[in-house]
Design a protein around this ligand. Structure first.
Ligand code: HEM
Length: 500
């Protein structure tokens, strides 16, 4: 036989085998299932939906397609995981693969100084440096303890404001008080001083207007050069909001830089940022990067905590027997101090298991974020027999996991007792995920201990100082609404009267 004939036949056989193999290969390893997709049209339709609009749709899709589904949103494949064991497999067992963040879109790039903040940074040395700085310099228990005097001051201010509001109003809206209190606390931790009321309000305003406007600004992310012309007013509004934020933050950072040289009493977040060096770029942070990191610190620690506190207090008002049980527990721990003491001290919190159970139940039943922040994989990954592509996004459905009837009996009921049998419930989910209000794995919220401390300390003192009731003719409506976090659709209105 001619040699050329053997070569051609061999080549054809190779190509055929390869084609059969790749056909087989492509068939088995595809992205997770999802609804039918009409190119361009469906991805644009999905793009217009907010996460809260997607949530009920995803619930139906999970029933139909299983615990992991894909939606083509914009130009990306977005994967949603609703199952706690798959979440554990991804975030804990394969943490090094699932801890990246998606590339920022136009608005994200501007607001995060090109992903130079902790929550949006890619999984790499910059993220590690920024996160380690926050965790060890600000959130380490010994540093967190150094702010206990300021927590006491904020508590005192909050109680005084509530008292005065309750004297002139039969029914008070508490969320504004909680937000202001959390801002006072985080502003102090950030800048190292007690700012006057006007300054705290300014910070609150410039941060919240950006946060609450995010859904509206989202459209500017796509075909940005075109969209910023088509939606010129919206683009100008975004630029104005950003400038207002810089105008408020930059003078505070500069003032701290000056002051620090003179007196070094408290270590604030800005102090740690002034000292920090980025390892890859071998440089200090720019002023704009510090503004981004300070905004992140306050956004992450205020809205989430005040939202959770409102949900917890709403349940304590709705279920007076739970409130009484917390008060009884505090009374028994304070013992002799009961008559003269109007403060539950931070040291007392360790002796209040029922209070801890109330906080955990609040976070399970009403997690402030129904999804963790979007994750991405560092390379194409085969996960649970599906392909998770590198340029895709992976989302974890936090609320679904906390409401899983296979784990939680009667999951929509508020029953703190379910945590009383658990010997030290592990909220990090390192061995097993039963709920994940703070996420899990390498990107878990670094502030979860501080958040729990704030929730326990404020909730304990609020019920110890006041009796919380539904106002005449009112009710507690637990319907939800998506803002930056998932908040009460109808803000909690309460009647409070001094207990002591
Ligand atoms: C009740 C209060 C809080 C809740 C429910 C909460 C929840 C979360 C969640 C779900 C994530 C995303 C995790 C992921 O993507 O897998 C997160 C990330 C983050 N949180 Fe929190 N958080 C709270 C309070 C705080 C506080 C007090 C701080 C700090 C002052 C903080 C700082 C951060 C930061 C910096 C990240 C980004 C972490 C990273 O990407 O590596 N959070 N938080």
């Amino acid at each position: 036989m001619e040699a050329w004939f053997i070569v051609i036949v061999s080549l054809c056989v190779c190509v055929l085998i390869r084609a059969i193999f790749s056909l087989f290969h492509n068939k088995t390893i595809t992205t997770p299932p999802g609804p039918p997709n009409i190119p361009v049209i469906t991805s644009f339709l999905w793009l217009r939906k907010t996460f809260s609009e997607l949530e009920p749709i995803l619930r139906n899709l999970h029933t139909k397609y299983g615990p992991i589904v894909t939606l083509p949103i914009g130009s990306h494949r977005v994967i949603f995981i609703a199952d706690r064991t798959l979440a554990h497999q991804a975030l804990i067992q394969n943490g090094s693969l699932f801890s990246d963040r998606p590339k920022a879109l136009a608005i994200g790039k501007i607001l995060s100084c090109n992903q130079h903040n902790i929550n949006s940074a890619s999984y790499g040395p910059t993220w590690r440096t920024l996160r380690r700085n926050l965790a060890s310099e600000m959130l380490h228990p010994s540093r967190a303890k150094s702010f206990s005097e300021i927590r006491k001051w904020v508590l005192h201010t909050l109680l005084t404001r509530l008292k005065s509001d309750s004297q002139s109003n039969d029914s008070i809206k508490i969320i504004d008080h909680f937000q202001y209190a959390m801002f006072c606390l985080l502003v102090f931790m950030c800048f190292g001083e007690r700012l006057d009321d006007g300054k705290v309000r300014d910070i609150e305003r410039v941060l919240r207007q950006l946060l609450l406007g995010m859904n509206r600004f989202n459209i500017l992310n796509f075909w940005n050069p075109v969209m910023r012309v088509l939606f010129r007013n919206r683009w100008e509004e975004l630029m104005r909001f950003r400038k207002e934020k810089d105008d408020v933050f930059v003078p505070l950072i500069r003032a701290r830089k000056q002051k620090r040289a003179k007196d070094d009493v408290v270590v604030s977040y800005v102090d740690t940022l002034l000292d920090l060096e980025l390892p890859e770029e071998k440089r200090k942070l720019s002023e704009m990067e510090m503004v981004t990191l300070c905004s992140e610190f306050m956004n992450a620690g205020t809205d989430t905590t005040s939202t959770a506190l409102q949900w917890i207090m709403a349940n304590l008002v709705k279920y007076p027997h739970v409130q009484e049980k917390v008060v009884d527990e505090i009374r028994s721990v304070l013992g002799e101090r009961v008559r003269e003491e109007n403060e539950v001290k931070e040291e007392d919190l360790q002796k209040l298991p029922y209070l801890k159970a109330v906080i955990l139940e609040g976070l399970r039943r009403h997690p402030p974020g129904h999804f963790v922040l979007p994750h991405a994989v560092t390379e194409d990954v085969v996960f649970n027999d599906y392909l998770v592509p590198k340029n895709g996004t992976v989302n974890f459905m936090v609320a679904e996991m906390g409401w899983d009837p296979k784990v939680w009996e009667d999951p929509m009921a508020f029953k703190p007792e379910r945590f009383m049998n658990e010997e030290g419930f592990d909220i990090t989910g390192s061995k097993e995920i039963k709920m994940m209000p703070f996420g899990a794995g390498r990107r878990i919220c670094p502030g979860y201990n501080l958040a729990l401390l704030h929730l326990e300390y404020f909730a304990a003192n609020l019920v110890w100082n006041f009796e919380w009731k539904v106002p005449e003719g009112g009710n507690v409506d637990l319907s939800e609404k998506q803002e930056f976090t998932v908040v009460m659709k109808n803000a909690l209105l309460v009647h409070i009267s001094p207990r002591i």
